[in-house]
Design a protein around this ligand. Structure first.
Ligand SMILES: C[S@@+](CC[C@H](N)C(=O)[O-])C[C@H]1O[C@@H](n2cnc3c(N)ncnc32)[C@H](O)[C@@H]1O
Ligand code: SF4
Length: 377
């Protein structure tokens, strides 16, 4: 597996909870300058990847659906010109309701995109407004139906829970409504209060209360069970899909396979080094204009780093770690090396194992972050 991630750092408006690397557009030529540089960055890596084939492409953001039809066309023309893309590659674009049109969807289909990931967050219009979204539920529904009309068969819907002033009942209604639409994939995230966001300031100004851990975990368990009943299999902490519709691109990350990341703030993992690009748009643009890769951090991973990263990432997936594959890949005896941690976590009912794999139990998944650190030296 080899993934290609392309970051589009623009949004119509910043949502109150979001700390992704994205900016409201302030200058008319901002998008066109960025795209010119993104294409140049693709060329920087062309030679390195001429013998390799990408199994997935993911245009993420920000809001990639803010691009107009010409911009979508030119980005994909250059992806295909510079890289070998597998014939059955999964090609995803993140979309935000309020920026999508039927014409855009037709263009997306034409350039080879075969998976949409649409951010809905909640179906309640008051709540949508109160978290800073630019759209209402009806706009989302129209976009979703247009996407089906245009022929998209693989669609993810993002939703969130434990939002400020969101009751458990409201969340249940949102989830029901989303399930009725019958998408192939649902990502469901508990709100994370991120420093630097509007919500962060509001919370510390006592403008709302957050759900306590107990309620948050109840909603999580409800989601897992409800989605299971309706044919959605949880395959990662926050991701659920119909059989065969697991997101290949994200699995590339969780299995610690290689990916090339392009665009401001994007990160990549190539052979055994990891890098992150500069987040700031001016700095990103300036480096590329000076024929320099816009990298801010670059690290060559030691074997120990690679092993620890792989444990943390693989345990996110319900299937967990395949012991034989892991031992072969890192030339170690996983069960022997981590015997103490494994025994302790099994005794506490937080992880479990079968003949081939070690994986989180449901109880473990609820508090996954606090368990993962146990594997770090
Ligand atoms: C990279 S974002 C972009 C999606 C797209 N721009 C949109 O908003 O429709 C992917 C998803 O992460 C989730 N997300 C973003 N910030 C979050 C936060 N602070 N806590 C929990 N989930 C978050 C949202 O569900 C969002 O749709
Ligand atoms: S959630 Fe999506 S639309 Fe909202 S600011 Fe973040 S990236 Fe932009």
């Amino acid at each position: 597996m080899l993934g290609l991630y392309v970051h589009i750092p623009f949004c119509a408006k910043k949502c109150f909870y979001c700390d992704f690397n994205s900016y409201e557009i302030t200058r008319k030529d901002e998008k066109s300058i960025y795209i010119k540089n993104l294409i140049k960055e693709m060329e920087f890596y062309k030679e390195d990847f001429k013998e390799r084939k990408f199994s997935s492409i993911f245009l993420g953001g920000g809001t990639p659906s803010i691009l107009n039809e010409d911009e979508i066309n030119i980005i994909f023309e250059n992806i295909y010109k510079n890289y070998n893309i597998s014939e059955n590659a999964e090609i995803t674009i993140e979309c935000n309701p309020g920026t999508l049109t039927k014409e855009k969807l037709i263009t997306m289909k034409k350039v080879g995109i075969n998976r949409l990931s649409i951010g809905l967050q909640t179906t309640d219009n008051n709540l949508l407004k109160s978290i800073g979204r630019i759209h209402n539920y009806e706009q989302f529904e129209k976009n979703y139906n247009d996407a089906l009309d245009v022929g998209f068969k693989n669609i993810n819907i993002d939703i969130m829970y434990s939002l400020p002033n969101q009751s458990f009942d409201e969340f249940k209604e949102s989830l029901d409504k989303v399930i009725k639409l019958n998408p192939t994939h649902i990502s469901c995230y508990s709100l994370i209060l991120e420093e630097g966001t509007r919500f962060y300031d509001m919370y510390y100004n006592n403008e709302f209360e957050l759900n306590d851990d107990e309620l948050d975990i109840s909603i999580y368990n409800y989601t897992i069970n409800k989605l299971k009943e309706d044919g959605y299999n949880q395959y990662e902490i926050s991701n659920y899909s119909k059989k065969g519709y697991e997101c290949k691109h994200n699995i590339t990350y969780w299995k610690c396979e290689n990916y090339l990341g392009l665009g401001a703030g994007a990160s990549g993992y190539i052979n055994d080094y990891r890098y992150s690009n500069k987040e700031n748009l001016d700095e990103y643009n300036k480096d590329i204009e000076n024929n320099k890769k816009p990298i801010s951090e670059f690290s060559s991973l030691t074997k120990k780093d690679e092993i620890e990263e792989a444990i943390i990432m693989m345990l996110r997936m319900n299937e967990g770690i395949n012991i034989e594959d892991f031992n072969k890949r890192f030339n170690i005896d996983f069960e022997k090396k981590y015997k103490n941690v494994i025994d302790k976590l099994i005794n506490k009912g937080l992880i479990d194992k079968n003949k081939n794999n070690i994986f989180f139990t449901q109880k473990g998944r609820e508090i996954s972050n606090s368990i993962l650190v146990e594997f770090l030296d």
